[in-house]
Ligand binder design. Structure first.
Ligand SMILES: Cc1cc2nc3c(=O)[nH]c(=O)nc-3n(C[C@H](O)[C@H](O)[C@H](O)COP(=O)(O)OP(=O)(O)OC[C@H]3O[C@@H](n4cnc5c(N)ncnc54)[C@H](O)[C@@H]3O)c2cc1C
Ligand code: SF4
Length: 501
C-alpha cells in the first residue's frame, strides 16, 4: 500500500474513482471526512492501455492526493475491495458518487456503499428518461431542450440568440488552402513536474502490463489548476476559430482549434457547465462569433451529455450490437498503433496522432479511424475497446454512441440515419492528406487506388441487401450500380484483406 492509514482510524470516507477528481466530487464533504483514492496496477493488467493514459491517470490521482494534502488517502492495491479491506474500512461507511460504468455501479451497490447521484454531467439519468419517454432519440431535439432548460444563449422570448439553433452549415469549412496549420498559437501545455517524473520512472518498470503507444510530453491537464488553465487557453486563443474549422483536418496541425478539454472533463477535473459558462462569458465579452460559441455549447451540453445519457438509457446490451455482422479481428498494425506500417497518408497520420498522444480530433476519429473500421468490418466490441484504451479520454460510456452507434452503425441505425463511411472524395475535401499520398482519391482500381474510395464502394457492395432500402443511401447505391468496374473494385478490396493499406 502507498500512503495509508491504520485500521479503525477512518470515519467518513468518500471513495473517488479515477474519473471523479474535481472539487465537485468532494466539496460537500465535512472537514473531518476523508477522500480515498486507489491506484490499481491490476486494472491495467486486465487490458492493454495507451502508455500516456496510464501516465495521466496515475499523475491525476497523485496530484489530487498532493493537492488535498492530509485529507486524501492514496493507496495502491490490486482492487478497490482490497484497498478498503487493507485499510480496515467497512464499505457501508463509504460514500461514493455514482460511477460511470455498469460494472462499477453494480459493485458499489453490492458493497452497500452510500451512492450519491452522478456528477460531472448536466442532467440526472432519470430526468433524461422522463424527457425521452417513448420518443425517437434525436440529438437536435435534446440539444434545444437543454439550451432552453439551462438558459444557454437564449433570448428572453425563448428563441435562440441569433435566431438560429444551428450553425452547422457555416461550420463545415474545408481547411484553408496552402496552409499547413490554422496559424493559431501553440496550446499552453501543462508543465511536467516531479509527479510526472515519478510516474514515468514507475511505468518504465511495469513489465507485466501491455502498454501501447509512445511515451511523450504530457499534453493534457491532470490537475485542477492545469484544467482551468487549459480552459482559459482554449477560450482565449482557439474558441473564436473553433466553429468554422470544426470538421477540417490539416496534417501539420493536430490540435486545429479544438479545446483539448475532453481529457480533463472525463477525469472529472472540469464540470461541463463551467466550460459552457466560460464560453458564453467570452462570447458576451466580444470577439467570439456566435457560430463558434454555439458550436462549443452544442458539443458539451449536446453531444457529450447525449453520449452519457444514451449509455444508460439504451442499456448495457446495446454495446453488443453488430447489425452489419462485422467479424474481422483488429489486425496487429491497427491494434498496436503501428503508423509506420501504413502508406495511406490519412490513416497513417491518424494512427500517428493516437500513437504519439492518445488523442485525435473528432473528424479523424469518425471519418478516418472509425470509417476504416466500418469499411473493413472490424468487430464492434474489439473496435470499441480499442478506442476506449487507445485514447486518453476513452471510457465505456463514450463508446456506445460514438463507436457502436455513429462510427460502426452496429446498432442498425438507432443513432445515425446512415453509416458514416467516408470515401476519398470526402477526405480529399476536408483534409490536406491526399496531395502527399501514394494513392489517389479518384482512382478505384490499380496500384494507386485509394483504399478509402475503393473501400467505400466495396462496403456498399457487401451490405447492399441490408442498406439499399435506406433512402439516405439511394444516391450512393445508384452510383454503385453505375460503376463499370464494380467487380474489379470488390475483388481488389477483398484481396487486400487485413493488410495495412
Ligand atoms: C469514433 C469516436 C470515438 C470517440 N471517443 C471519444 C472518447 O473516448 N471520449 C470522448 O470524450 N469523446 C470521444 N469522441 C467524441 C469527440 O471526438 C471527442 O470528445 C473530441 O474529439 C475530444 O477533443 P476535444 O476535447 O478537443 O473536443 P472539442 O472538439 O473541443 O469538443 C468539445 C467537447 O465536446 C465534447 N464532445 C464533442 N463531441 C462529442 C461526442 N461525439 N461525444 C462525447 N463528447 C463530445 C467533448 O467533451 C469535447 O471535449 C469520439 C468520437 C468518435 C467519432
Ligand atoms: S488518397 Fe485516399 S488513402 Fe490517400 S490520403 Fe487521400 S483518402 Fe487517404
Amino acid at each position: 500500500m502507498r500512503g495509508g492509514a491504520s485500521a479503525g482510524t477512518i470515519d467518513g470516507v468518500r471513495l473517488l474513482f479515477a474519473d471523479q477528481l474535481g472539487p465537485h466530487f468532494y466539496a460537500d464533504l465535512a472537514d473531518d471526512e476523508q477522500v480515498l483514492l486507489v491506484e490499481s496496477r491490476q486494472a491495467f493488467r486486465r487490458r492493454r492501455a495507451h502508455r500516456q493514459k496510464a501516465h495521466i491517470i496515475l499523475t491525476a490521482l497523485r496530484r489530487l492526493a498532493h493537492d488535498l494534502d492530509g485529507r486524501a488517502i492514496l493507496v495502491s492495491a490490486p482492487s478497490y475491495g482490497e484497498a478498503l479491506a487493507g485499510l480496515g474500512i467497512d464499505p457501508r461507511e463509504v460514500s461514493v458518487v455514482d460511477p460511470t460504468s455498469y460494472a462499477a455501479r453494480r459493485w458499489v451497490r453490492e458493497q452497500g456503499m452510500t451512492v450519491l447521484p452522478a456528477r460531472g454531467f448536466t442532467l440526472g439519468e432519470n430526468d433524461f428518461q422522463d424527457w425521452l419517454g417513448t420518443r425517437r432519440p434525436i440529438l437536435e431535439d435534446f440539444y434545444r431542450w437543454q439550451r432552453r432548460r439551462l438558459g444557454i444563449l437564449m433570448e428572453p422570448d425563448g428563441e435562440p440568440e441569433g435566431g438560429r439553433w444551428n450553425f452547422d452549415a457555416d461550420n463545415r469549412l474545408p481547411p484553408p488552402k496552402k496552409q499547413r496549420t490554422l496559424g493559431l498559437p501553440e496550446p499552453a501545455y501543462p508543465v511536467e513536474d516531479s509527479i510526472d517524473a515519478e510516474v514515468r520512472a514507475e511505468l518504465d518498470t511495469w513489465d507485466d502490463v501491455v502498454l501501447v503507444g509512445d511515451d511523450g510530453p504530457r499534453r493534457f491537464a491532470s490537475g485542477r489548476a492545469e484544467a482551468l488553465a487549459a480552459l482559459d487557453d482554449f477560450v482565449t486563443y482557439r474558441l473564436a476559430t473553433f466553429g468554422p474549422y470544426e470538421d477540417a483536418v490539416l496534417e501539420g496541425d493536430w490540435v486545429m482549434a479544438h479545446s483539448l478539454l475532453s481529457v480533463p472533463m472525463n477525469l472529472g477535473l472540469l464540470d461541463p457547465l463551467e466550460v459552457v459558462d466560460a464560453v458564453v462569458e467570452a462570447y458576451r465579452a466580444g470577439g467570439i462569433p456566435l457560430q463558434s460559441a454555439e458550436a462549443m455549447v452544442r458539443q458539451v451540453v449536446g453531444w457529450r451529455e447525449w453520449a452519457w445519457q444514451l449509455y444508460w438509457a439504451l442499456g448495457e446490451e446495446y454495446a453488443d450490437g453488430n447489425a452489419l455482422g462485422a467479424t474481422t479481428p483488429l489486425p496487429d498494425w491497427f491494434a498496436e498503433l503501428d503508423a509506420d506500417a501504413v502508406q495511406a497518408a490519412c490513416l497513417r497520420s491518424a494512427l500517428r496522432d493516437v500513437r504519439d498522444r492518445g488523442w485525435s480530433h473528432h473528424i479523424v476519429r469518425l471519418m478516418v479511424l472509425g470509417s476504416w473500421a466500418l469499411q473493413r468490418g472490424y468487430e464492434p466490441r474489439q473496435t470499441a475497446a480499442w478506442f476506449r484504451d487507445s485514447f486518453l479520454d476513452g471510457y465505456d460510456w463514450v463508446m456506445v454512441t460514438n463507436v457502436v452507434g455513429m462510427a460502426l452503425y452496429a446498432d442498425g441505425g438507432r443513432m445515425a440515419t446512415k453509416p458514416y463511411a467516408s470515401g476519398g472524395a470526402y477526405l480529399d475535401r476536408m483534409t490536406d492528406h491526399c496531395r502527399g499520398c501514394v494513392y489517389s482519391p479518384k482512382v478505384r482500381v490499380g496500384p494507386t487506388a485509394c483504399p478509402f474510395t475503393a473501400g467505400y464502394w466495396a462496403f456498399l457492395d457487401r451490405h447492399e441487401p441490408q442498406l439499399r432500402g435506406n433512402h439516405r443511401l439511394a444516391q450512393p447505391y445508384a452510383g454503385l450500380r453505375r460503376l463499370a468496374d464494380r467487380d474489379a473494385v470488390v475483388a481488389q478490396e477483398h484481396a487486400r484483406g487485413t493488410a495495412a493499406p
